[in-house]
Design a protein around this ligand. Structure first.
Ligand code: KG4
Ligand code: ZN
Length: 337
């Protein structure tokens, strides 16, 4: 059988990325241009700055990806692109580039949900067994998703307020860490102890919802009150206490979801899936399902994961017209129109 090549584009936040996937699973290129340095001094992603950076580098990313994969546009079978959720201006840049490329080379366009991309990055580890459960944890999302078959996603629980990565970044800012702070807090947490006993919101409630804003406020208040008294609380213990509360919440709700929807496989994905503490607890505590976590290089935003999700949509014949629009708050169960 002839080989199939999909080129994928991702620009929903602060990474411009173009990847090329051969057949189902072979990532030939995954070029990622990160803008994180430009956003650090603002302590978060500035949408307007993000869009401009995407415009500056997107064409080069296309060229580099094709070069790295050792193929030409003529070899391609489809172009995939993230159309939501994300920052509207950022999404539009990648979409305009993907559409122009698809039109110029007469290739079909595959619309991909960014969160489906995070989840399907797990396909690089092993073949997924359906039905499966996914815990998706990133800077913008915290969701439990039930996947009955490839491409069929149902959100069974999500955060009522902040996303878990967002909470990491906010408390990191309070401690004076650079953005994004998740990784550094994870490292500091391993050197400290859970001495502050922060609240674990809704942990006992019999639902699959998350809440992190109370934890974030408790952290900020403690830090603020100590500062007013001239006390310095150690970053290690603060991080360990914060991370212990986050992980207790994530683990409790994931266990509840697995009890309610028994499955054989649990996929944990998104930027926060890079967290070592989370990986340790999953390995220790999830006994009824096999835990699959994408490799670290595919946990953060990248087009490789978009290509892996696009392969499923290709098989299902889910293509979009060139009038495809960006959907900044795209949900899992929405289809492209
Ligand atoms: O998925 P992602 O790259 O972008 C979004 O789609 O949001 O996730 C970025 C988030 C940031 O909030 C970052 O602080 C967090 O993932 N993150 C981590 C770790 N590495 C990245 N959070 C906790 N522990 C980590 N090791
Ligand atoms: Zn993401």
């Amino acid at each position: 059988m002839r080989d199939r090549y999909i080129l994928a584009v991702e620009s929903s936040c602060d990474e411009t990325s173009v990847a090329i996937l051969k057949n189902e699973n072979e990532l030939l290129a995954n070029v990622i241009a990160s803008q994180v340095e430009s956003h650090k001094r603002f302590g978060g992603v500035v949408p307007e700055v993000a869009s401009r950076h995407h415009v500056e580098v997107v064409t080069t990313c296309f060229e580099d990806a094709l070069l790295e994969a050792g193929i030409t546009a003529d070899d391609l079978d489809a172009v995939a692109v993230t159309y939501g959720p994300g920052l509207v201006g950022a999404l539009l840049v990648g979409m305009a580039a993907a559409k122009a490329f698809a039109w110029a080379h007469q290739l079909p366009l595959i619309p991909v949900n960014h969160m489906a991309g995070h989840l399907m990055a797990a396909r690089q580890v092993k073949e997924l067994q359906y039905p499966l459960m996914a815990l998706l944890v990133s800077g913008g999302h915290t969701e439990l998703v039930y996947v009955s078959e490839p491409g069929d996603y149902k959100i069974i629980g999500e955060t009522r307020d902040d996303a878990v990565g967002e909470a990491y970044d906010k408390v990191g800012r309070v401690m004076g860490l650079t953005y994004p702070a998740g990784r550094e807090i994870d490292e500091l947490a391993h050197k400290g102890k859970d001495v502050h006993n922060f609240p674990r919101a809704m942990i006992k409630e019999d639902n699959l919802e998350f809440s992190f804003s109370g934890l974030k406020s408790a952290f900020i208040n403690l830090h603020h009150n100590a500062a007013q008294k001239g006390e310095e609380l150690g970053k290690e213990d603060l991080s360990a206490s914060f991370q212990a509360a986050v992980l207790d919440i994530l683990m409790a709700k994931t266990q509840k979801a697995l009890a309610k929807y028994p499955v054989e496989m649990l996929v944990v994905a998104g930027g926060v899936a890079a967290n070592q503490g989370l990986r340790e607890r999953l390995a220790d505590e999830i006994t009824d399902a096999e835990v699959v976590i994408p490799p670290l290089r595919l946990c953060g935003d990248n087009a490789g994961m978009i290509a892996l999700a696009a392969a499923i949509e290709y098989d299902k014949g889910n293509f979009a017209g060139l009038d495809l629009n960006a959907k900044p708050s795209l949900a899992f169960d929405e289809m492209a129109d």
